[in-house]
Design a protein around this ligand. Structure first.
Ligand code: GLY
Length: 341
């Protein structure tokens, strides 16, 4: 059985179909007037959508490589050159099939091609299903930071078929748990108490509600970046040896320590972070070997949230919220607590 979660954004609203066999509903998300479909995916995924797509539509396949090194403007240029060769018109459709890296690329290519064509995402990883494919953030990395070039471009629909998670590597599972622990802190929900499909649907609901209130992150949506300020810096400083969800886990622990240093939370709340992240969701809060605080601070200054000095998303008496102008002393106290020199 599948369930549908609505992302309510007025004329840009769409359904996220969740559950085993959700892929069989892909056809219902494809607009009726589409004549060509460009599928952006990866070779190793080998997902055949032929029986799910409307008959008579011309389908082309466009591959992207594995790993963050491919999440670049050069890949967008190549994909859109391929769209041109495939004759993709303004009225056609891109389908992104893969994890967050693929759907971020497919979404940005769709947002850019002819200044915007429709896109549907088929998420194949836990991170993709509960976060990356939902909410319309698309983009690529620059050498100085993650996701610095991109567009808000909502999909016309998203498929989260839990069958794709049957063979999900343990590391990908951990990355999903990192984002899930984030939702746990945002809502207090114990997501592991739910079965897999219900857990994914609940995460989508939480995200959909926040995105519905603040689509373009002019305020509340920033809480979805809990743990990401240090998290993104760690990904880059570790040369991506620490994956996104793993970095977010460390980043949330760090954020709890920063909040403690600023007097926003007490020791018990810091201990609660450790218990939720490490004991409950099975994640590590160890910093990768060789990262230095000076480099992390430099990278955090390039964060997209940084408008006025260092900006963090922090816990506090009013819950999790954006805090501007975080002091160096608070960062040093947090780095000391996590033994980063
Ligand atoms: N992953 C954070 C957001 O979509 O806003």
């Amino acid at each position: 059985m599948t369930r549908r979660v609505r992302v309510a954004l007025g004329e840009r609203s769409y359904d996220v179909v969740v559950g085993r066999g959700a892929i069989n509903e892909l056809g219902s998300l494809v607009p009726g007037d589409v004549r060509r479909i460009a599928i952006v995916t990866q070779a190793h995924l080998a997902i055949d959508l032929a029986t799910q797509l409307p008959q008579g539509v011309t389908v082309s396949r466009h591959l992207v490589g594995d790993g963050e090194a491919h999440k670049t403007l050069a890949t967008i240029e190549r994909l859109t050159e391929e769209f041109a060769a495939a004759g993709l018109t303004r009225n056609d459709l891109v389908i992104g099939v893969g994890g967050g890296m693929v759907t971020d690329l497919a979404g940005f290519a769709a947002a850019s091609w002819h200044r915007g064509v429709r896109v549907v995402h088929v998420a194949t990883t836990l991170v993709g299903m509960i976060d990356a494919a939902i909410g319309g953030k698309t983009g690529v990395n620059l050498s100085v930071g993650k996701n610095l070039v991109g567009a808000f471009w909502q999909p016309s629909g998203v498929v989260c078929d839990t069958a794709y998670l049957d063979t999900l590597p343990a590391r990908e599972q951990r990355c999903g748990n990192g984002e899930m622990a984030k939702y746990h802190f945002l809502t207090g929900d114990d997501l592991l108490a739910l079965d897999l499909a219900a857990r994914i649907a609940r995460c989508v609901e939480i995200k959909a509600e926040i995105v519905g209130l603040d689509e373009r992150e002019s305020g509340r949506r920033a809480v979805l970046n809990y743990g990401h300020t240090l998290g993104h810096a760690l990904e880059i400083a570790s040369n991506f040896s620490l994956a996104h969800g793993e970095s977010v886990a460390v980043g949330m622990m760090f954020a709890a320590c920063v909040a403690r240093a600023l007097g926003r939370v007490d020791d018990a709340r810091v201990a609660k972070h450790r218990a939720v992240i490490v004991d409950h969701y099975g994640l590590s809060i160890a910093m990768p070997a060789g990262v230095r605080r000076a480099r992390l601070i430099e990278l955090m200054h390039q964060d997209k949230k940084a408008i006025d000095g260092l900006t963090f998303v922090l816990d506090g008496v009013h819950g999790i919220e954006t805090v501007r102008g975080v002091t160096t002393a608070a960062l040093d106290a947090a780095f000391d607590a996590l033994l980063v020199t």
